[in-house]
Ligand binder design. Structure first.
Ligand code: FE2
Length: 366
């Protein structure tokens, strides 16, 4: 353990909160399409006046969907500007006050000072700091709490409970930032949060005939938290990162990778339930064995579901990317199964970006 572990130990991702236009309908989508289970609710009935939130969970992944109830609430204004997207990436810590003070001392900008909230289930300490764009990190200390989610939330127990789809935990969360900002944001994670750079990609790794991007992958000490940071690089056409920045109106979370231990079963279920994924051409699979060597999965099954595969020196991984999950071409999901590989599918970047370019061409934004 190095000193960085001591100043900001993180137990894991606590929750991710999306600000959306219609939380009730979004919650239904995450239940019916992704198989998230209902956990908790807050709104007018619980004494809130400006917002309503639904909390859903699948194994270790907790999502909060929040919508504004009045036009000039901070939630409604955020949603008006950015569309549906990630507002909060909450981190589970043992000491939220310490996490706040250590990061502020190292240059973090405060969003909300430490505060204690209580109900009959105990108490929670939260504190939050700014990261890229209008996105924030909330530190959550919940060791004295045993309620369904956080104080103020009540159990949400609808009869409608579609089966889960085998999603287990958040593998990584990617941020898109503006041209020339990647190093600054990577530096924030290094200096303020004590993260280290796992790997970096530049336009030589990540480019097609038309578009290019650069990326640095920042990880915490035990590598449980992985935040790749992307910025656009000079290309012939508009890159997917620029398209994101144009439609999100600034930096924000681009995708969340959710892990499964049976990607074929998970993807089959998600596709059946209406989640749209990016397509790769059949010829992607013609040289896949040459590229990645022997794998346990049947290539024909991977081809049927258009699941991508890549190898690094520690093993291989299987992955697939959804299309954007809201009207703006901004946030999407990745489904990933790691079989030893610690990397991010560099060998798939070209096929993937060509697939995104086909989508951009359809949208007229390439
Ligand atoms: Fe990813």
């Amino acid at each position: 353990m190095n000193s960085k572990v001591e100043f900001l130990p993180i137990n894991g991702t606590d929750y991710v909160e999306f600000y959306v236009g219609n939380a009730k309908q979004a919650a239904h989508y995450y239940q019916s399409a992704f198989g998230f289970q209902p956990v908790a609710y807050a709104g007018l009935e619980t004494g809130l006046v400006d917002r309503t939130s639904y909390v859903l969970r699948q194994d270790k992944i907790t999502f909060v969907l929040t919508a504004g109830l009045i036009p000039y609430s901070s939630v409604a204004l955020h949603n008006k500007l950015h569309g549906d997207g990630v507002k909060v990436i909450a981190l589970w810590v043992d000491d939220a006050r310490k996490a706040f003070h250590e990061t502020i001392m190292r240059g973090a900008e405060a969003f909300e000072k430490p505060k204690v909230t209580k109900d009959e289930h105990g108490e929670v300490v939260t504190a939050s700091i700014q990261t890229y764009g209008e996105t924030i990190h909330v530190f959550v200390e919940r060791k004295k709490y045993n309620g369904p989610f956080l104080p103020g939330f009540v159990k949400w127990e609808p009869e409608y409970r579609p089966e889960d789809t085998g999603l287990l935990y958040v593998d990584h969360i990617v941020g898109n930032v503006g041209l020339g900002e990647m190093d600054k944001v990577a530096g924030f994670y290094r200096t303020v949060m004590g993260f280290e750079q796992l790997i970096s990609f530049d336009d030589k790794d990540i480019s097609t005939e038309f578009t290019a991007l650069k990326s640095k992958v920042m990880v915490n000490a035990d590598m449980r938290i992985k935040f790749p940071i992307n910025e656009p690089a000079e290309g012939l056409r508009k890159s997917q990162i620029e398209e994101f920045l144009d439609f999100y109106i600034g930096p924000g979370a681009q995708h969340i990778a959710m892990a499964t231990d049976n990607i074929v079963k998970t993807i089959e279920a998600l596709k059946k339930r209406g989640v749209d994924f990016l397509n790769v051409p059949d010829n992607y699979y013609s040289d896949v064995v040459e590229r990645v060597g022997n794998i346990n999965e049947d290539i024909d099954v991977l081809k049927k579901y258009k699941i991508l595969v890549d190898r690094d020196d520690q093993g291989y991984l299987l992955q697939l990317f959804s299309k954007p999950v809201q009207d703006r071409p901004t946030f999407f999901f990745e489904i990933i199964q790691r079989k030893g590989a610690k990397s991010f599918g560099k060998g798939n970047f070209k096929a993937l970006f060509e697939s995104i370019e086909r989508e951009q061409r359809n949208r007229g934004t390439l």
